[in-house]
Design a protein around this ligand. Structure first.
Ligand SMILES: Cc1ncc(COP(=O)(O)O)c(C=O)c1O
Length: 405
């Protein structure tokens, strides 16, 4: 089945819901049984891990189960579980797979709250963390310790967009008995197939592209057979559950993920190419551009590119950068990404132990939404003009001050 057909059908069972096309929002805590025999049967089916069976709202309603079934099918894993946010999914999976005395190798390009969770919380429970260069590939072998249980990957990396050689990393990790956990939010279940590349658990911040409309928080972890029971049990122990309303929004977003991503991809590349030719820019960090150091790996392993990338500006004053951002009218200023709207967010990558930011100017992360790219380009052009005018004013003031002195 082709990807858009699968997106339309995955996890959908109208015959169980009075013929309704969409699985409705099932809100609920208590789930009643008619008799003691039925109650015993229900508990047994849940203990045998039957998909879609739940004795209590915290273990999911048909809305959650529909989403879990759909994501597992599209991402190509064994089973999925939903969480109230992407970070909750990350924290639960890492808690499940790591114990006191274990070691995790974390890519230096990981989403910074992931690193913070490990350093601030799991470290208190005796988990050791070390970071590796996201561009390392098989050479992570030399960093593996006898107690390494997890190698964490995120490709492309947060803010800096390094592409990782996941098959090579997975081969090394598995040879040492470690699991590979991936933040696959950028690739989405459509553009990177984690289980075909050796990943054991794939995490989606469904807050981003899957929901796609900036109106819900949700996380999803998809596991292979080997990791499923452990991840599920720990997540249940932690009381993880998500709102059925948000699960519904994610399911609705999933149906149009293919067409939305196609537009994010095309517009993103068009704007990245336009930016590459701008004099204000030092580099455009977009894996689909041939100039990107990870372009060959991206072409080998990915099936497309979403709309998030970064630009490294040439050195600019803070006032100039502020003028650039403040004069963008179609790009919002705010965190998150993956919605229909464009966003711009300046950043200075911090906390890196390897692969430091090598550009003299600041970074700006851009999310290219579903607006017409020509309008976005015109908006960027106006903002660059405002930045140039601020820089010229500053230079003139310096000249005047110097002549007075
Ligand atoms: C790469 C990545 N992973 C995970 C998350 C966390 O997702 P959430 O905000 O749903 O907790 C984010 C959020 O920005 C992210 O950018």
């Amino acid at each position: 089945m082709q990807k858009n057909t699968q997106l339309v059908w995955a996890g959908r069972h109208p015959e169980h819901h009075n013929g309704l096309v969409n699985t409705p929002v099932y809100r609920g805590s208590t789930i009643l049984s008619a008799t003691m025999a039925d109650w015993a049967k229900l508990k047994k089916r849940q203990s045998e891990d039957e998909h879609g069976v739940s004795t209590y709202g915290r273990f999911g309603t048909p809305t959650h189960h529909a989403l879990q079934e759909a994501i597992a099918a599209v991402e190509g894993g064994y089973r999925s579980l939903v969480y109230p946010s992407g970070l909750a999914a990350i924290a639960s999976v890492l808690t499940a797979l790591l114990s006191a005395g274990d070691h995790i190798l974390l890519t230096d390009s990981a989403y910074s709250p992931t690193s913070q969770f490990l350093n601030r919380t799991l470290s208190r429970f005796g988990v050791q963390v070390s970071r590796y260069d996201p561009c390392s590939g098989a050479s992570i072998d030399s960093l593996i310790q006898p107690n390494t249980r997890v190698v964490y990957v995120e490709s492309p990396g947060s803010e800096t967009f390094e592409i990782q050689d996941i098959p090579a990393i997975a081969e090394v990790a598995h040879a040492h008995g470690a699991r590979v956990v991936m933040d696959n939010t950028w690739g989405t279940p459509l553009f990177f197939k984690p289980f075909e590349h050796g990943v054991d658990v794939s995490i989606q911040a469904a807050t981003k592209y899957i929901t796609g409309h900036s109106d819900a928080m949700l996380g999803i972890a998809t596991c292979n057979r080997e990791t499923w029971t452990c991840v599920k049990q720990t997540s249940y122990d932690l009381g993880q559950t998500a709102s059925p309303d948000d699960a519904y929004l994610a399911l609705r977003g999933l149906r149009t993920l293919g067409v939305r991503l196609q537009q994010h991809w095309t517009s993103g590349v068009q704007i990245a190419q336009w930016l590459e030719a701008r004099p204000e820019i030092d580099a455009v960090l977009h894996p689909a551009l041939p100039s990107h150091p990870g372009h060959t790996l991206w072409k080998r392993d990915f099936l497309g590119a979403s709309g998030l990338f970064a630009i490294a500006m040439k050195p600019v004053s803070q006032a100039g950068l502020d003028a650039f951002i403040d004069n963008l009218k179609l790009f919002g200023l705010g965190v998150s990404w993956g919605g229909f709207e464009s966003l711009a967010l300046p950043f200075t990558p911090g906390g890196r132990t390897t692969n430091h930011w090598k550009y003299a100017g600041p970074g700006v992360r851009l999310h290219i939404g579903l607006e017409d790219p020509s309008d976005l380009i015109a908006d960027l052009e106006t903002a660059f003009a405002a930045m140039a005018s601020t820089e010229a004013d500053i230079a003139q003031n310096v000249e005047v001050t110097e002549s007075i002195v």
